[in-house]
Write a protein that binds this ligand. Sequence first.
Ligand code: GAR
Length: 224
Amino acid sequence: MANSSSGTSVKCRLVILISGSGSNLQSFIDAAISGDLNADIAAVVCNRPGAYGLERAANAGIATELIDHTLYDSRDSFDAELVQRIDRFTPDLIILAGFMRILTPSFVQHYHGRLLNIHPSLLPKYPGLHTHQRALDAGDDKAGATVHFVTEQLDGGPAIIQASIDISEQDTADDIAKRVLVQEHQIYPLAAQWFAEGRLTLRDNRALLDNEELSTGGFQYTKP
Ligand code: GAR
């Protein structure tokens, strides 16, 4: 993160939450190594034993924490444990990268302004599940993904950046998911880099980039 008083640049500390394959996690690992993302991934937290993302983290020498949600009798107790384990790593920013759990309001409030999610649709279209199939069923000619601040409204927090691809009725939801993932891997580390640079903030339920309010879908990404 920018540290103007000393003129040095301190790395943004990330904790990344996953449930599955972790290809978005891999894009963060790669961006941190290449220098595109000025961040240290302090830990990866996962709620599913055996998730491939845990292997990706271990291969990169990143600390992992497994918190199996099935062992907790309520969302509150699971989220309380989650907060405790995350906070041991004193993160600046929490990244939800395919973390397939609905979070409690107290979790979301605890990380207000420093909790990001990626959702596989052109929000505000298609919050929730089966996004690509819903886009196909609606006859849409575009699908995509959106990075947004997490607020208490499911998939409803202010959008930061969005990437879209053309789709056609010949596509299956799986075809679309593969092509959208490629875009996800571009836009998610970029949004985190904006945060690391101190350029991205959440104020009054609005996402601001360089002090300018972002529009409904966020910054519209096109590959440079
Ligand atoms: C990604 O497509 C992400 O957008 C989606 O899960 C996938 C995780 O892939 N997230 C959600 O659906 C959250 N509602 P990954 O494990 O390979 O990063």
